[in-house]
Design a protein around this ligand. Structure first.
Ligand SMILES: C[S@@+](CC[C@H](N)C(=O)[O-])C[C@H]1O[C@@H](n2cnc3c(N)ncnc32)[C@H](O)[C@@H]1O
Length: 273
């Protein structure tokens, strides 16, 4: 299946080869004689560069700031990492192909961001990228799904943005596309790593039971013998919201504590063992 996917992606990508070859050649003219070819094989997926217009959009979706630490998994010619560094973030690319790593390092130097844009030759499946506050990917659906359990262990609030490919049954928090200066692979999806809240919480003298599927929540609020199902319940990183009866709760999760306010500004707190 994976081989088939690689072939399919390769075939589709050939159609846009001349576009991206142009970009690749531009990236290499400064200092390197190595010229990558769009669709060239990689360890788990071929190399195809994300169109620059989509790189820009992906970083906007991630709401990247200079305080962020971005990691691009399978960084290719380094364009996402370099763009992030130019926006002031600390950025790191992990790439298996050593020629691409060298090319990306040269490009970072040429762009004057070698201090903020770092590249390392490594296998993404054997690398630690837990420091990232923003993670970018342009891999394959099957690879995204392999990475998903690792991503879900990252710090809540980490933004994950993928060129084109989804993350199995983990629905994106946001999807977008660029229409200008982009002819193929122009869609992106964003997920925000949710806090872990499943379980039973004590909310004042009530009992809040939360079931969690990624960022989506269900459950109930028990007040004595009165059990009210919760609705419109979800997480945005560590921000939680749910409705029980006519009460809308919003708040922040911090480990085994949550606190916030209802729509009429009544403070609430919850905790669990
Ligand atoms: C589709 S390209 C995306 C390049 C870049 N992220 C971008 O958006 O322009 C995927 C890249 O992942 C690299 N790659 C494939 N398998 C890898 C692995 N196991 N570890 C690290 N890099 C890998 C390939 O060499 C290729 O450069």
């Amino acid at each position: 299946m994976q081989t088939l996917q690689k072939s399919l992606v390769s075939a589709a990508l050939c159609a846009m080869a001349w576009h991206a070859n142009l970009a690749a050649q531009t990236a290499t003219t400064e200092t390197s004689t190595y010229e990558p070819t769009v669709g060239q094989s990689g360890k788990d997926v071929v190399w195809v560069p994300t169109p620059q217009a989509l790189v820009d959009r992906m970083l906007e979706m991630a709401e990247l700031t200079p305080e962020d630490r971005l990691v691009d998994l399978g960084s290719g010619d380094g364009r996402t990492v370099i763009t992030a560094a130019k926006r002031g973030a600390t950025a790191r690319g992990i790439e298996f192909n050593p020629d691409m790593v060298a090319l990306a390092k040269q490009a970072a130097k040429a762009e004057g961001v070698a201090d903020k844009a770092k590249f390392e030759q490594a296998d993404i499946f054997k690398s630690d990228f837990s420091e990232a506050t923003v993670l970018t990917l342009f891999l394959l659906p099957s690879l995204n799904e392999r990475l998903r359990p690792i991503i879900l262990e990252m710090k809540p609030g980490t933004r994950v943005v993928s060129n084109s490919f989804t993350m199995g049954d983990w629905q994106p928090d946001e999807s977008d596309q660029v229409n200008e200066n982009c002819s193929a692979y122009c869609n992106a999806h964003k997920w925000i790593v949710p806090a872990k809240v499943a379980g039973t919480w004590k909310l004042g003298d009530k009992e809040l039971v939360l079931n969690q599927r990624y960022q989506m929540l269900s459950g109930s609020l028990r007040d004595g013998t009165n059990v009210i199902p919760i609705t419109e319940a979800r997480l945005n990183g560590e921000a939680i919201q749910f409705t029980a009866g006519d009460q809308q709760y919003t708040g922040q999760v911090s480990g085994k504590r949550m606190e916030g306010a209802t729509q009429d500004n009544t403070a609430w707190q919850a905790s669990r063992e």
